[in-house]
Design a protein around this ligand. Sequence first.
Ligand SMILES: [Cu+2]
Length: 313
Amino acid sequence: MDRFFPIAASEQAAGVDRLFTGLLIVAALVTLLVLVLILTFAIRYQRGSAAFRGPLPEVYRREFEVGWTAATLLLFLFLFWWASSINLSALVPPTGAMDIRIVAKQWMWKAQHGNGAREINEVHVPIGTPVRLTMESQDVIHSFFVPEFRIKQDVVPGLRTQTWFTATKLGTFQILCTEYCGTDHSAMRGRVVVMRAEDFATWLSGQAQGIEAAHRGAALFEAQGCAGCHAPTSSIHAPRLAGVFGSKVTLADGRTVTADQNYIRDSILEPGRDVVAGYEPIMPSYAEVLSEDELESLIAYVRSLGTTEAAQP
Ligand SMILES: [Cu+2]
């Protein structure tokens, strides 16, 4: 089976695979039956054969008709019940499930955890814990699909939809958008990272510390006068910092660098070294002013202003 199906990495997956196999078998059997009947009748009743061609005995006809109609009706009612019970259970999360909010937009998946931690195109979850995804769209209809979990749910503007899963395997699994949503629909991918419960707890509290550091950084950004130049409302010609983190920056001397942690750090400590193209080197050095902790907080703040992707309108 593993050769035909993607890995099954959630509790629901086995049920969906059984249903799929079951439907395949029923369809194959029906097809086979029809084929055999066509062949048998074609041969038995070919022109000139001696086979009996009159009407069936009365009782025979009635019983036959009622029998096979009832049997197929029951079979297909059973299939209906089987399939819908699986699909409905994918909609109703168990009580006490962990909550993650998913916001879809052209063309990315944003996730927010209960403690405020945010991710883009990544969702970290603990193994063995039911996770409920509450989903909204900011623009058009998208559809959240994790093949290895066998879950798929439309994400519709103006509507809040939900689905849930319990991951059963460690590792990363692809998120795909399965509702055509514009130019970069096929690139609207992400991944679910399934971690051990203790690793997840560490990761989540690390995220929380990042959020706190960013809050401290925001206060420092005002207190140290950064905002005086960098705020969008400032009259001084200085680059806006939203979306800088992770982006490619062109410098006055023509080089292009990636704005990673080190670049942001150097920009604050030695602003004269990597001057951004199109700006005067008027930013003062903060090497003597900031403590290491304050510097970290400011970097966390700049980072929280968003990566290039998040800053897209
Ligand atoms: Cu999409």
